[in-house]
Design a protein around this ligand. Sequence first.
Ligand code: SF4
Length: 479
Amino acid sequence: MNENKSKYIVMPFNFKLFDNEHVLLVNDAGDYYFLKTSDFDNLINYKLDKRSAIYQDLNSRQLVSDYNDIDLSIELLSTKYRSIKSFLRNFTSLHMMVITLRCNHKCRYCQVTSEVEEAYKYDMSPETARRVVDYIFYSPSQNIKIEFQGGEPLLNWSTIVSTVDYAEVLNKKYKKNLEFVICTNLTLLDEEKINFINNHNIAISTSLDGNKFLHDKNRILRNGKSSYDLFIEKLELARKMLTRNRISALMTTTIDNIDKLNIVIDEYIKLGFDGIFLRALNPYGLASKYVNDIGYPIEKFISAFEEALNYIIEINIKGKRFIEYYTALLLKRILTPFGTGFVDLQSPSGAGIAGVIYDFNGDIYPADEARMLARMGDKHFLMGNVFKDKYIDIFNGEVISDIVKKSCLDAMPGCATCVYKTYCGADPIRNYLETKDIVGHRPSSNFCKKHMGLFDIILNKLKNNKEEEMNVFWSWISY
Ligand code: SF4
């Protein structure tokens, strides 16, 4: 046995009993492997035959290493690890601007608790927006995405126009990869706005919760008319006039559509969307107030997600390419060493590092959820204000420093030993909301339960390795 032991090194990895017959191993570079339980016993007791296919597989993933090759194994691991963490070099690329808190809707799950259309004092003024753009261009990142949010940002259209114009002028000097996105319910779109959107190559992100019945159930126009009817009218106008098809939609899962996700998916396909982001309810703003009316246990979301994912995969197998974006994102994390740019799944958390949000009055928060928390009365995550604080003090300040220190999964209780650590991320704001502590409490965390569940579903499919499903998955991550 000692002779065998000297033959290989078991490299660091996390693991769990995946089913009765298999143990799942994942290392810090994201390489995974399913081992039969008997082979796992052999592995950790240094009884694996080095000539076996299993040993070669483990070796190629740096889960074991020959003594002679240990330097090379560490070098390969660290190269992959550096790629996974490359988002740290791209400091703050997503900049969200709250153009107004006013909205013509009063959705039952509204996370920011929007204001009535006449409440102009909640608009971002052109002067504030200009100052925000100055701060955005201080960011060292070469990639800058400015996302206009609300309320309904189209209600403060003139500030959007002046912001885009000013950012484009500044960019002549800075020469960054500059992108714009407007997050809008579409209902105030008109030809003049679409022309501007075309001329400045702006992407549109909208919301759709299903067919007319499901959409109108929670997405409610303040004037009492159907939100869906107006949405469809404006979507058709946009599809007709937009020179590039740059409209994507997000859905929110409530108790009303959770058992009908197939209907929601059919609606997306009918309306020409090329994918869907199956999104669970977030516990902020009105959503927390109405949680008993529109919420559900997270376990219900996980099983509904699995059913919907299978439905979508079948659609793809039958020849229609249609992506479930969250699965695509998780697959990218599992199957490639490349970053996803997704702020919510990073370690340390992407809050403030990858993305930041500027409120209508110039206050800065590390994430949309932190701004929502402030709307609920708790300004714990306020980083500063563009009129009062210097860029360096805001982005090198205590709030960011505290988040970074307390959101590295390698040091977080529960996460440090979790087999999904490399693929997962920290949600310090949600942790704080639930426990008053940025580190949070994994056994009672719905964020954790949801991700455990979703990773289980996806890894199970990878284990089963059905050719048709794998073809669909690979087509999604190369989109
Ligand atoms: S949040 Fe949960 S699933 Fe994610 S790494 Fe931590 S323990 Fe694992």
